[in-house]
Design a protein. Structure first.
Length: 401
């Protein structure tokens, strides 16, 4: 966003955010951080990132646009500025990604006044980490095929079932949870809950090890878990509609409540730095015209995504409410994957050196990023499903047989 598009108040906030980040960049972490929040594995990583989110929140860089009544800072149009400045500063990401980008927007739209006041402040500060209970062994891309059940019992609900690919479940205090409350209706038989996880009787969290060797993903088992009806979000049978709000937020339909470091600009900078430090046959990769062109192509995509994000904020330019969010998720995940693939190609034989090898270029970031990128093309609805939705619901194409 150019300064010409900003109000005087927004420009002043941007200057404040830049200055604050320059003065308050955190010290190096006690141990290596993962690429994204969903791979946070250790208590040391969690504590470091949780403290950083709290500091950013106290400084007004998280929850900037949320009402003060719900723990926010009460501004309008400030959060995207904070997100951009954190990206430019190259500071660590914010750990509570599910709370910030999914739980808080959903609770703000569908929650009661009491729920908003109870749950949103902890999402913003990072004091309470959230996870997402959508996917199941038999309900991945077909979210409506939920089997985890919620049965009423007086003023409570009894939950039984099995969720999988639950990022940050091992550290989560709360889960946004979709359950089946009726077998008679596929979509209208779903109900959405805010479910306590940490220390909750009947909840078992088991880590899943990815191809990278890291965890962060988990599977979560519910065995006669009792939660009060006060933790139900919206009406019984409205879970599908509430889940769609969550998914739109997850896929980038809103600024969310904060994001932290990382992004297109930093990715291109990292590729340029790699090329400038990589020798091949006595020539720097940065001096190879093919390599230079490949990096430039990635920079063009990054700029296109940035412009699309700006367009998404102009209602008159959004011909369909789902198109840009779905498109950004699709292109964003493939942007990351293609960047990582290019990084591996630039590093050449050195890309076989993994993250624990002291000789690995950029501490082994590129092979780790490439392996890790496949999770991003699956999460939030696989890219194949995103293409189907874009074709059928946005472009109006017939379903394939």
């Amino acid at each position: 966003m150019s300064s010409a598009d900003l109000s005087q108040e927004q420009r002043e906030f941007g200057e404040y955010a830049r200055g604050w980040l320059a003065e308050n960049a955190p010290p190096p972490p006690p141990e290596r951080l993962p690429i994204t929040p969903i791979e946070v594995m250790t208590v040391g990583q969690r504590d470091y990132l949780q403290a950083w989110q709290r500091k950013c929140y106290d400084a007004g860089l998280v929850g900037a646009d949320y009402p003060k009544a719900y723990g926010g800072h009460g501004h309008t149009g400030f959060q995207r500025i904070a997100n951009q400045e954190m990206n430019r500063a190259g500071v660590p990401f914010l750990i509570n990604i599910v709370g910030l980008s999914m739980a808080a927007p959903t609770i703000l739209q569908h929650g009661t006044e009491e729920q908003r006041r109870k749950f949103i402040p902890g999402c913003l500060s990072g004091d309470e980490i959230w996870c997402q209970g959508f996917s199941e062994p038999g309900a991945g891309s077909d979210l409506a095929n939920q089997r985890t059940s919620a049965v009423p019992d007086g003023e409570d609900w009894i939950i039984n079932g099995h969720k999988v690919w639950t990022s940050l479940g091992h550290f989560a205090t709360w889960m946004i949870l979709v359950t089946r409350t009726s077998k008679d209706h596929k979509y209208d038989g779903l109900t959405y809950f805010l479910c306590p996880i940490a220390g909750q009787p009947g909840v078992t969290v088991r880590p899943l090890v990815k191809i990278t060797g890291e965890t962060g993903f988990n599977e979560v088992f519910f065995e006669d878990v009792r939660i009060p009806d006060a933790y139900r979000l919206d009406e019984v049978g409205k879970g599908w509609a509430v889940a769609m709000t969550t998914l739109l937020a997850e896929r980038g339909a809103s600024e969310g409540a904060g994001s932290g470091g990382g992004g297109g600009e930093s990715a291109i900078r990292d590729l340029i730095e790699l090329a400038r430090g990589t020798w091949r046959d006595g020539v720097l990769a940065a001096d190879d015209p093919v390599t230079r062109d490949a990096i430039m192509q990635r920079a063009i995509v990054a700029e296109g995504m940035r412009q699309n994000a700006k367009r998404a904020r102009v209602p008159a330019l959004c011909d369909h409410p789902m198109r840009l969010p779905l498109q950004q998720k699709l292109t964003g995940s493939e942007f990351q994957q293609n960047n990582a693939r290019l990084g591996v190609e630039i590093a050449g034989a050195h890309s076989t050196l993994y993250k624990l090898d002291p000789s690995a270029p950029q501490a082994g970031h590129w092979p780790l990023a490439y392996l890790n990128s496949y999770g991003n093309t699956i999460a939030a609805g696989t890219n194949e499903i995103q293409r189907n939705i874009l074709g059928e619901r946005v472009l109006g194409l017939p379903k394939t047989k």
